[in-house]
Design a protein around this ligand. Structure first.
Ligand code: C2O
Ligand code: CU
Ligand code: CU
Length: 509
């Protein structure tokens, strides 16, 4: 289906309104519902699932240090409208429609983190084995950053997110406010997602291949899904009318599998100011940048010299229709002097020290095939249900080395922490596969200049070892780490880890 580009204005998600506010924090109730929404001028309304009945969900805006409590409520129908795969061993007998919400990038307790097996059904009638509480608590005790919330239910995350269950969560703080960055109506999120549609306007998502071996742990793997249509903030290839001034854009790649290389078809550069975990040390001027699933990149674009012009946000990773993302039309009159600035220096980021490291873990990312020739995607050759191996001690620093022996990059994500990228290094994959010995090849590849801030999701390129350093705090208990290609995550490229509190020595479960 060919949809005309740049015919719909880009919506901006509305801000969630707390049900109660007090000086101890805000309380929200957010309901997941089924509804239909028009995603393009020429498309029938599309059946979707969304938080508060919106796609994307409402933006939750909080100040650092002010906690938020959210009761996430599942009021979805009893059956899924996308093809679920009953052959995944650990979801074979679970209710079809299950949800759990994860706030990606947040420092929160295990009970509020959205553990995949903490799922719940309508009215909490049935819950997963890790379910602990109905109302989630977010301390918001971390620096200003663009986080996002999305579904994380075991084995069906790719379907629930694809159906519409994602939204933004913005933490602000006074320090960032002082910087005089573009704010208010000039601070705009761009949530980029790809979808495919059937002619009747419904979402298209492929059914799994028939399962010839129901007893296999991971029988029918769908390694990847990319849609042929790009949406920003829930509209297909929209346009945004802007004033000739500076804007801050909080860009999130909320796609299941697709990566983008974003660029503008004009001379205007991007000034990147923030990554996943908030402001960088210094502003970085870029002509193009990669953004993989779950990554956030915040940029300032200065439209002041482009009055009357139309600028297209391109995706240079594609050559088909998905090479376009959206359009900026610099047609609005200047509503007042632009006093915002693009500061050179943005924030202080301490470097995590390698001599504090308690433990280095080599974590293998591999793809293999089962006896039927189908792909199997694994971390450390383990299935989701295998016993926990990664058990950092509370408050200690570790280096996690992602050893990618597959031939594609994987965006690796660790819950609870913001980490720092140390480096990438090519290695001898064949030798490693033979006897597990790591032979490094070629030079150390330092982080790109825009990858030197806080990250929670990092690209682990094929044939390379990607080393990140993290301090596991401030909470202990069960979390997960996984590839954020949702099709990989659902098919076992996800593992639990547990932060151990040495005082209690307890692994809470
Ligand atoms: Cu954005 Cu574990 O997820
Ligand atoms: Cu996360
Ligand atoms: Cu992956």
């Amino acid at each position: 289906m060919e949809l005309e580009k740049f015919v719909d204005p880009m919506p901006i998600m509305k801000t969630a309104i707390p049900k109660k506010t007090s000086k101890d924090g805000d309380y929200y109730e957010i309901e997941m519902k089924e509804f239909s929404q028009k995603l393009h001028r020429d498309l029938n309304p599309t059946r979707l699932w969304g938080y508060d009945g919106q796609f994307p969900g409402p933006t939750i805006e909080v100040m650092r240090g002010k906690p938020a409590r959210i009761k996430w409520m599942n009021n979805l129908p009893d059956t899924h409208f996308l093809p679920i795969d009953r052959s995944i061993h650990h979801v074979a007998h679970e209710p079809e429609v299950r949800t759990v919400v994860h706030l990606h990038g947040s420092e929160t307790t295990p009970a509020s983190d959205g553990y995949p097996e903490a799922w719940f059904t309508k009215d909490f009638a049935e819950v997963g084995s890790f379910f602990e509480q109905e109302t989630y608590e977010y301390p918001n005790d971390q620096r200003a950053a663009t986080l996002w919330y999305h579904d994380h239910a075991m084995g069906i995350t790719r379907l629930n997110v694809y159906a519409g269950l994602s939204g933004l969560y913005i933490i602000r703080d006074p320090r960032e406010e002082q910087l005089n960055l573009p704010k208010g109506e000039f601070d705009i999120p761009l949530l980029i997602q790809d979808r495919s549609f059937n002619d009747d306007g419904s979402l298209f998502y492929p059914a799994q291949p028939a399962n010839p071996a129901p007893n296999l742990p991971n029988p029918s793997v769908l390694p990847f899904f990319v849609g042929d249509t790009i949406l920003v903030n829930g509209k297909v290839w929209p346009y945004l009318q802007v004033e000739p001034r500076k804007y801050r854009f909080r860009i999130l790649n909320g796609s299941n599998s697709r990566s983008y290389q974003l660029a503008l078809d004009s001379e205007a550069p991007f000034y990147q100011i923030a990554s996943d975990g908030g402001l960088l040390r210094r502003t970085v001027s870029l002509q193009a940048f990669d953004i993989r699933p779950a990554e956030r990149i915040e940029v300032i674009i200065d439209f002041s010299k482009f009055e009357g012009q139309t600028i297209t946000l391109k995706n240079n990773a594609s050559t088909d229709a998905t090479a376009d993302v959206m359009q900026f039309q610099v047609v609005l009159p200047l509503s007042g002097e632009d006093t915002s600035i693009i500061p050179q220096n943005l924030s202080y980021i301490p470097s995590l020290q390698q001599n504090d490291v308690k433990r280095i873990r080599n974590l293998k990312i591999s793809g293999t095939t089962d006896e039927y020739g189908r792909p199997l995607l694994l971390l450390n050759n383990k299935l989701w249900s295998d016993p926990v191996e990664e058990k950092p001690c509370l408050g200690t620093t570790e280096i996690w080395s992602f050893v990618n022996v597959t031939n594609v990059p994987h965006p690796m994500h660790i819950h609870l922490v913001q980490f720092q990228l140390l480096d990438h290094r090519a290695f001898n994959v064949e030798l490693y596969n033979e006897n597990g010995q790591i032979e490094l090849v070629g030079p150390t590849i330092p982080p790109k200049i825009n990858e030197r801030g806080w990250k929670d999701t990092i690209t682990a390129p094929a044939g390379q070892i990607t080393r990140v350093i993290a301090r596991f705090a401030p909470f202990s208990g069960y979390y997960v780490w996984h590839c954020h290609i949702l099709e990989h995550e659902d098919y076992d490229m996800m593992r639990p880890f547990v932060v151990i509190d040495p005082k209690t020595e307890k692994e809470r479960r």
